[in-house]
Design a protein around this ligand. Structure first.
Ligand code: PEP
Ligand code: MN
Length: 357
């Protein structure tokens, strides 16, 4: 058994990224053994994943091998020396997974949406010192995700990490689950937990894996989860997004791992950060001035019985700003989001002026 790899299982922020790889589902003994053996030859891979119970959209789909899969996962762990992780969704799953020596557990996105289920799992794990990785809920709901951490913390679990697997989202996008990077960043700001990026479920295809993994690393993720199958085209679940161990090795070789510690470049960085802080200060001053003028306009509208929202004027402002911003090299999406937020705040301020007196 490779204890070097075992010891790396506990994630700490700031270390080299933890790479968790393995099939979406454990399908057969040869499948998981062959995959695990190949993954054990990739030094960066530190943990073997495999789904034993699969939450499926439709009832007739493959729902995982259950208990016999745990026997194969235990064998794969013994052969490869890789610690293992699987998804648990019920107290019975917890009991079985621990019984068969699974080293770490993850809570799936469809489970995290349900506080009853999360509480049952937290209760089942009370007093058990096992690393638990909590995926984001399917919906972009930061509070629900934080709530799941709180339930496990209250149950006394200390080795908690987050897995970002993207969100169901109303906008058209090339992703299977839209990343909304700001949500996991805010989660780690609030909770200080290590963050793993599950690029496979974000992307839903193989082509986007590399740029998405690079982006996650650039944003200082603590690790990656990547679905890996010895024969992805034959996979019983998530075939389109899985890659072979050889492809995973190439992908890892193409990634640029950046330092989170900025000591070597500290002076330049400090200067640039100072510049950013100054600019932010100016932006805040400007915003405050803009709100002040907006309040004066609100008074005028009230005196003259003019509605707060002037749709034609707002459309023109936005179109003009997008054009000017584009000329300055700013993307339309950023300008739209920023000015929508500013306009919204302005409308709220003016509405309050109308209401008061
Ligand atoms: C999985 O990891 O295979 C899985 C089912 O993930 P999620 O809960 O993110 O959909
Ligand atoms: Mn999957």
């Amino acid at each position: 058994m490779n204890y070097g790899k075992m010891m790396n299982m506990d994630l700490k922020q700031g270390e080299t990224p933890l790479i968790i790889a393995g099939p979406c589902s454990i399908e057969s003994e040869p499948q998981i053994l062959a995959t695990a053996r190949a993954l054990a030859r990739i030094p960066e891979v530190k943990m073997l994943r495999g789904g034993i119970w699969k939450p499926r959209t439709r009832p007739d789909a493959f729902e995982g091998r259950g208990e016999e899969g745990l026997v194969w996962l235990r064998e794969a762990k013994q052969e490869s020396g890789l610690p293992t992780i699987t998804e648990v969704a019920t107290p019975n799953h917890v009991e079985l997974a621990l019984h068969y020596g699974v080293d770490a557990l993850w809570i799936g996105a469809r489970t995290v949406v349900n506080p009853f289920s999360v509480q049952q799992l937290a209760d089942a794990l009370k007093g058990v010192d096992v690393p638990v990785f909590i995926k984001n809920p399917v919906s972009p709901d930061l509070r629900l995700w934080v709530g799941a951490f709180e339930r496990f913390r209250k149950a006394g679990l200390k080795r908690l990490s987050a897995i970002h697997r993207g969100f169901s989202y109303y906008k058209e996008s090339p992703y299977r689950n839209f990343p909304l990077w700001e949500i996991p960043i805010e989660l780690t700001r609030q909770l200080g937990v290590p963050l793993i990026t599950d690029v496979s479920h974000i992307c839903g295809n193989r082509e986007l894996l590399l740029p998405t993994a690079q982006k996650a690393l650039d944003l200082a993720t603590d690790g990656l989860m990547i679905e890996c199958h010895i024969n992805p085209d034959e996979a019983l679940t998530d075939g389109k997004q899985q890659i072979t161990p050889v492809q995973l090795n190439d992908l890892i070789g193409s990634l640029i791992f950046r330092s989170k510690q900025s000591s070597g470049v500290a002076r330049d960085l400090a200067e640039l950060r100072g510049e950013i802080d100054d600019i932010d200060g100016e932006l805040l001053q400007l915003l405050a001035r803009r709100m002040e003028v907006s309040a004066q306009i609100g008074e005028y509208k009230k005196q003259n019985n003019v509605t707060v929202v002037q749709m034609d004027r707002w459309k023109k402002i936005l179109a003009d700003h997008i054009e000017t911003g584009n000329d300055l090299g700013l993307p339309s999406e950023l300008i739209t989001e920023v000015f929508e937020a500013i306009h919204q705040a302005s409308v709220e301020r003016q509405s309050r002026i109308m209401e008061n007196g």
